[in-house]
Design a protein around this ligand. Structure first.
Ligand SMILES: C[S@@+](CC[C@H](N)C(=O)[O-])C[C@H]1O[C@@H](n2cnc3c(N)ncnc32)[C@H](O)[C@@H]1O
Length: 325
């Protein structure tokens, strides 16, 4: 059974209000209804029209299976090997609650179940109901006795139906290059994972030293996604312990970081000792207009003569000129 009380409203004016169950779906206190996919207990927070993209076609999961077979043959490894290693990076512990975004047809689910030691919760979401429902039919019954609860939703990874800090960890593989807004997709993972929880994200993208090689050019010619670079600039400014590496013969980037919404511990008010003086804050926010360079040099000389830093001397001279020394 889905645990519906953990889902939240995704409408902008509802601040992730918790949802209540109704026979036809989940409803928020403001009346927004998220219907179940007909004939299932899977709540649907977005509804992409069938055929809107390659993942929302009826046979999308089979087409994706073929694409994956090609990947593993090409990069001379096995799906088991790759997924085991990626999921090991999340560092899951027994009983934890993990989110997988863009879960597709659920290929990671058995590995996540194993990594949870037979106890915990997996929330799998995908924007394409055709892919997600393939995952439901492939894994829901198969993993029902595992001790891990599976929860599926059709939702947008850039607007997740979960409260802040709800998960211990989050994982994504294989779809983020195509998100219309990668930074928001990552920000959402950061928002819903509790501080210090691990986030692991991977997708096609050659290591920089391969891009201009013949192999690199061939791969990019084959599929333009291999030209993607790891979207480090899209990480939240609060991200901790960031790591970047590559899998599959250095052709897929993997970003790992720890969630946080707290500013980095940087004290911008530590005074510099020495000639120039000032602090990070004063040097950045306290810059004044340009002055006569001869006057500037005389001020620097005078500061040195008095054994003061330039900033300390300037501040005292300016205060004095305002009559507030
Ligand atoms: C290449 S498949 C990868 C599936 C799966 N992660 C795997 O490793 O087999 C990419 C998936 O990302 C999904 N996707 C793309 N944009 C999404 C979004 N905004 N929110 C959720 N899923 C999305 C697609 O529907 C598709 O199922």
């Amino acid at each position: 059974m889905n645990s519906y009380s953990s889902y939240c409203c995704t409408e902008i004016d509802c601040a992730h209000a918790p949802l209540a169950e109704r026979p036809d779906g989940l409803v928020c206190p403001n009346g927004h209804l998220f219907a179940f996919v007909p004939g299932t207990d899977v709540p649907m927070f977005v509804c992409e029209p069938e055929g809107a993209n390659e993942y929302s076609r009826e046979n999308a999961a089979e087409v994706h299976d073929n694409a994956l077979r090609w990947v593993f043959k090409t990069f001379q490894t096995t799906e088991e090997d790759l997924r085991e290693r990626l999921i090991a990076r999340i560092g899951l512990k027994k009983g934890q609650r993990v989110l997988i975004t863009g879960a597709g047809a659920g290929n990671d689910l058995p590995y996540l179940v194993r990594a949870l030691g037979g106890e915990g919760d997996i929330y799998a979401q995908d924007i394409a109901k055709e892919m997600l429902l393939a995952g439901v039919s492939r894994y829901k019954a198969e993993l029902a006795a595992s001790g891990v609860s599976l929860h599926f939703s059709v939702s947008d990874a850039t607007n997740l139906p979960f409260a802040d800090g709800f998960f211990d960890a989050a994982y994504h593989f294989g779809g983020i290059n195509l998100f219309p807004d990668i930074a928001t997709g990552i920000a959402e993972m950061n928002r819903v994972v509790k501080a210090g929880g691990n986030i692991v994200i991977g997708d096609e993208g050659l290591a920089p030293w391969l891009v201009k090689t013949e192999l690199g050019r061939m791969l990019i010619n084959n599929n333009g996604l291999y030209a993607c670079s790891a979207p480090l600039e899209a990480l939240p400014a609060t991200a901790r312990s960031v790591k970047l590496s590559w899998e599959l013969s250095n052709c897929f980037y993997v970003i790992e970081f720890q969630a946080s919404t707290e500013p980095l511990p940087v004290n911008i008010d530590i005074p510099h000792l020495g000639k120039r003086g000032g602090t990070i804050r004063s040097r950045y926010w306290g810059r004044l207009e340009g002055v006569d360079p001869i006057l500037r040099d005389r001020i620097y000389e005078e500061a040195e003569r008095r054994g003061m830093s330039r900033v300390a001397f300037l501040e005292s001279a300016l205060r004095a000129s305002l009559g507030k020394d």
